[in-house]
Design a protein around this ligand. Structure first.
Ligand code: SF4
Length: 293
């Protein structure tokens, strides 16, 4: 099987730094409890490997994170995720006597810093995503445009708003949102949106998917950037989102001559290499043999 490697793959710089920081928190005081607030990275394999180091995950889908911080034992360490967090939680952690490791990605910080300066402001994002929740908590003057539905309170925004978008949206989502908002606010200007990691991967998968029979994106279904890659590839042909080699092995790949292999920003490189090696070892499809004759 011919495999077209879609680069970049593996962790983006923000996820890589977040995981290193979480490991550092454990290394610096091995006997201390280290808690990860929210998913530091949206990938079950990466979380499993952090858990195996003794790091404890506080999952915002299962617990109220603010209450969880208040319940942590004093002296333990707390790692904030790459997606950002309400800044009020820094004070909570300090009052509790926790050691804080803040893994907020620089691109998320830049969006927040800009958001604090701009008013009126509309934020384009996904309602239940940690990055959007953190942004709206830190910039409470921002109005919200839901990139999935077009809903939100954005129509109530006064004046000519600045626009800031969540870093992991697709080009189409940001473009559609801009168009719809501009119909009500002709002076609206997009200041910042997708981060470079999202842009590069979305551009690369578009090119690769055009040139392949099918595309496999390695990533978790809980990862927004991985789902976006799969959606983009789906507009060019069959595309699959798989967590690991086991899921790839279960795919119906017979008949494909050339497969594009991509990964989300929170997928470990080892998984990418395992799948690359597996796909490369598959015999050419009957269609390829037929074409070769
Ligand atoms: Fe940072 Fe972009 Fe990676 Fe999110 S996807 S952690 S914003 S580099």
């Amino acid at each position: 099987m011919e495999v077209l490697l879609v680069s970049p793959f593996g962790y983006c710089s923000g996820v890589s730094a977040a995981l290193s920081l979480a490991e550092k928190a454990k290394r610096e005081a091995p006997g201390r409890d280290v808690y990860l607030l929210g998913c530091p990275v949206h990938n079950e394999l990466a979380i499993k490997s952090l858990s195996s180091l003794g790091l404890r995950l506080l999952d915002g889908r299962k617990v109220d994170l603010e209450k969880a911080i208040l319940a942590l034992p004093s002296g333990s360490a707390l790692v904030f995720s790459a997606h950002g967090h309400p800044r009020a939680w820094d004070d909570l952690a300090q009052r509790k006597g926790l050691s804080v490791y803040d893994a907020t990605c620089p691109f998320v910080r830049q969006n927040e810093a800009l958001g604090k300066e701009r008013n009126p402001l509309i934020y384009i994002g996904l309602p239940s995503h940690e990055e959007a929740e953190a942004f709206l908590a830190n910039c409470p003057h921002a109005y919200f445009y839901d990139a999935a539905s077009g809903d939100g309170d954005w129509r109530q925004c006064p004046g000519s708003p600045s626009l800031i978008a969540q870093t992991t949206l697709s080009e189409e989502e940001v473009h559609d949102a801009e168009e719809e908002i501009a119909a009500s606010f002709p002076g609206a200007v997009l200041l910042k949106g997708r981060c470079y990691a999202t842009k590069e991967r979305q551009k690369a998968i578009r090119e690769a998917a055009k040139d392949s029979d099918a595309t496999i994106v390695l990533g978790s279904k809980s990862s927004n950037n991985s789902r976006k890659l799969q959606e983009i590839a789906a507009s060019f042909g069959p595309s699959y989102l798989c967590l690991d080699l086991g899921e790839v092995k279960a795919l119906p790949l017979e008949g494909y001559r050339k497969i594009a292999l991509a990964s989300g920003a929170s997928t470990p490189r080892e998984v990418y290499f395992q799948v690359r090696d597996y796909l490369s070892s598959l015999p050419p499809s009957p269609r390829m043999l037929f074409k070769a004759r």
